[in-house]
Ligand binder design. Structure first.
Ligand code: CA
Length: 393
């Protein structure tokens, strides 16, 4: 399988050093819905900030104050969600659209708790802190995760090979994703999914994209109700990340319903207890989101300091659209790039150090459909390669 072609002789010195020092690759995922990489997110102008603030204040006033005596953070605190107007409206919709019993929903939300730590964790990182690819990568491409990846691959090699054959997604990419997400099932999250999704759906922090994010989490809450009804499980039994992502591959409930597969053939989909279902589901997800069998992921490049037309190619969506000729004309090194493919330009900022530049194919952008971040996608590729390399030692 071709990933970053480390054997190519024409890599730049910088890139070769980088690859040698890193040979072989990293986060918890909230799928941002705005189509931009999380790391690249630019704040919208605060046009309607005041309106939103006023609205939020009004909403707050309409609610009983949350009790401040709290159990452990991920246990949440009791608030009576049944008394929240927006929650009541949501329950009405669920009863009408999905034929849930209103009394069942009332009982469910009476047991649901408010998790302030989910609010704190979902807040965007302070934008004054420079992004640092090297620091991010080091959290994920490190010995503990690499060794766990070797064990995982050795244990589930047959399923990994079957997923690669069926969906065209290389084993090391699947291994990279499950490692970055949960260290191979070690860290799948212990928040009650109902608690965090309800909290985020109805009390999302006051960010520029708040309305869209609340709508997203309301959708995931609906999917949780549907998923657990379809699977015949208690919604309160579902546990996951602070954002409601579930199981070895950290799928959101809607992604489970849409993209997860029963890959071990036991008749049910279980991403919490079946690593084989997780493997098939990750591969299926990437295949559906544009993964092209046999194509590479990304190539390191250098950019010209004289001809800076390449700057306009940054942040042009999660799509590979430039030809090799266009890259070259814009001041980007192109030796070794397959002429038939198209590329996007990716910058990986390193704090106060020099930025790394890569050109990425649509396979790279397929990984960003899992988590809309350049850092995330590159870490997945790097961790997968690190695990593959460690197995061959
Ligand atoms: Ca299964």
């Amino acid at each position: 399988m071709l990933l970053m072609p480390i054997s190519l002789p024409r890599l730049t010195a910088l890139a070769s050093t980088l690859l040698l020092s890193t040979l072989c690759a990293l986060p918890m995922t909230v799928q941002a819905q705005d189509g931009k990489p999380v790391e690249k997110k630019t704040q919208k102008k605060a046009v309607d900030k005041k309106d939103k603030k006023d609205k939020k204040t009004a909403e707050k006033k309409a609610r009983p104050p949350a009790k401040k005596t709290v159990a452990a953070a991920d246990q949440g605190e009791f608030v009576n969600f049944n008394e929240w107007k927006d929650v009541a409206r949501f329950m009405d919709e669920m009863a009408e659209r999905n034929q849930f019993q209103r009394s069942d929903l009332n009982a469910l939300f009476a047991r649901t708790r408010y998790v302030d730590s989910a609010i704190q964790l979902i807040k965007p990182a302070p934008s004054n802190k420079p992004k640092n690819w090297a620091a991010y990568r080091a959290r994920f491409v490190e010995p503990v995760r690499i060794n766990a990846g070797v064990d995982f691959w050795n244990t589930y090699g047959v399923a990994l090979a079957r997923a690669e054959a069926q969906y065209g997604v290389p084993m090391e990419i699947i291994v990279g994703i499950i490692g970055v997400e949960t260290v191979y099932g070690r860290n799948t999250g212990n928040f009650r999914v109902m608690d965090v999704l309800t909290t985020l759906a109805f009390d999302y922090p006051n960010t520029a994209n708040r309305d869209a994010r609340m709508a997203f989490f309301r959708g995931e809450l609906e999917n949780t109700l549907l998923l657990t009804r379809e699977a015949g499980i208690d919604p309160m039994s579902l546990r996951g990340s602070y954002a409601g992502a579930i199981g070895w591959p950290q799928f959101m409930p809607g992604s489970i319903r849409e993209y997860a597969v029963d890959f071990d053939g036991d008749g049910k989909i279980d991403l919490r207890n079946s690593p084989v279902d997780a493997i098939g589901s990750v591969a299926h997800y990437l295949a559906v989101h544009g993964w092209q069998r046999g194509e590479p992921v990304a190539f390191p490049v250098t950019v010209s300091s004289d001809n800076r037309q390449w700057e306009a190619m940054l942040n042009q969506g999660l799509e590979a659209k430039y030809t090799v000729e266009e890259l070259q004309a814009a001041g980007i090194s192109t030796s070794g790039l397959p002429a038939a493919l198209r590329f996007g330009l990716v910058d990986l900022q390193n704090g106060t150090g020099p930025t790394e530049y890569w050109v990425a194919t649509n396979n790279f952008y397929a990984i960003t459909q899992y988590n809309r971040s350049y850092f995330y996608a590159m870490s997945v590729a790097d961790l997968g390669r690190a695990v593959a390399s460690a197995r061959n030692r």
